[in-house]
Unconditional design. Structure first.
Length: 353
């Protein structure tokens, strides 16, 4: 197939490289001419475009365009493309759009006989060799037509042990029955999850879970790091740390080695733990990080969906709020707490440091 890729950041560019390596011809465009030139110079299968108009002109009909741009500019990108498209063309949004925007866009584009597919893409900026896990939403017949693209970008079965009880793999299509009884591609690392918006809905919840997992690792490692609070070398502030059993906390925990041993056979092993072990091995104090943790929206959307569905998600909610606090969003409420302590007990804040 010949997809057109719009957006050649680290993730978009590597997706093009994987497609080209898999035998697809790609036409690529980015606002950065240097990014276009870099990919176009790497081989004959990637053709650079000087503009959106040039991109459209170079694609075979019916056109398939993959948008790998920030969620905030997807509508602008579609508005720019719309006058140039023809009935039967397909737009794929591979970013982190809100699923409600997907539903709206699919309905609007359908009126013009254009197809829209939402793809929640998980993997990161270094997934060129491993492949990308994809959660896909859209009309079944359109998704089936695009299968060669998804199959090339996906990780494939690889060396991951099969889940006990799944049926024998169907040639080229994974193992067990999926939507409408069609063989599922889940074991290949990509899945048609349902109608428009379903792909980004699943990716939204995926990222909400990610927040919770990351918070759990961070909190547990912080407890281990603080286990030296009763040691002779650690000066304890009796007011901020009212500890009665200091002798119980005199351990100097080797965090790089602890994360390493957890990676090997532990029930909490995961790729996130692998990355944590790598970071701690390089710098056990993580000195280059300030601890201000961003959120890109998916955690908030996950919690909103949980509220609408009346599903309790205390772990995911706490993880999101922890990110707010890390950015200083709790500063005023902490001032209120200090003010109340001063008012009822005359407690004066200790200086920082």
């Amino acid at each position: 197939m010949q997809p057109g890729m719009i957006g050649l950041g680290r993730m978009g560019a590597n997706m093009v490289r994987r497609l080209v390596k898999g035998g697809h011809d790609c036409v690529v465009f980015d606002r950065s001419a240097a990014a276009v030139q870099t990919l176009a110079s790497e081989g004959e299968r990637a053709t650079g475009a000087a503009s959106i108009t040039d991109l459209i002109r170079k694609l075979a009909r019916p056109r398939t365009l993959w948008l790998m741009v920030p969620a905030a500019v997807v509508d602008d990108a579609i508005a720019e493309l719309l006058p140039l498209l023809e009935a039967g063309d397909t737009l794929i949004d591979g970013g982190n759009s809100h699923y409600l925007d997907d539903i709206r866009r699919a309905n609007e584009l359908a009126l013009k006989q254009l197809h829209y597919v939402d793809v929640g893409t998980s993997g990161g900026v270094s997934w060129l060799e491993r492949g990308y896990c994809m959660m896909i939403g859209g009309a079944a017949e359109v998704v089936r037509r695009l299968d060669p693209i998804f199959a090339t970008l996906s990780p494939g079965i690889g060396n991951i042990p099969r889940t006990p009880g799944r049926e024998a793999a169907v040639a080229g299509a994974g193992s067990s029955a999926g939507l409408g009884g069609v063989a599922s591609t889940a074991e290949e690392g990509y899945l048609h999850c349902g109608a428009s918006g379903a792909g980004h809905f699943v990716k939204m919840v995926h990222n909400g879970i990610e927040y919770g997992m990351m918070a759990a690792y961070a909190e547990g490692l912080s407890i281990l790091r603080g286990a030296n609070i009763g040691s002779a070398t650690h000066e304890v502030d009796a007011e901020t740390t009212p500890m009665r059993d200091a002798e119980h906390y005199r351990y100097e925990m080797p965090l790089p080695d602890i994360t390493e041993v957890w990676r090997r056979g532990s029930v909490v092993s995961s790729w996130l733990l692998d990355l944590t072990a790598t970071a701690l091995h390089a710098d056990p104090q993580l000195a280059k990080f300030g601890g201000r943790v961003s959120d890109s929206g998916e955690g908030r959307w996950t919690i909103k969906a949980a509220i609408d569905e009346a599903v309790p998600v205390p772990v995911l909610t706490a993880a999101l709020y922890a990110r707010f606090s890390s950015r200083g969003e709790a500063e005023f409420q902490n001032r209120v707490l200090s003010a109340m302590r001063f008012q009822f007990g005359g407690h004066v804040e200790k200086p920082a440091g």
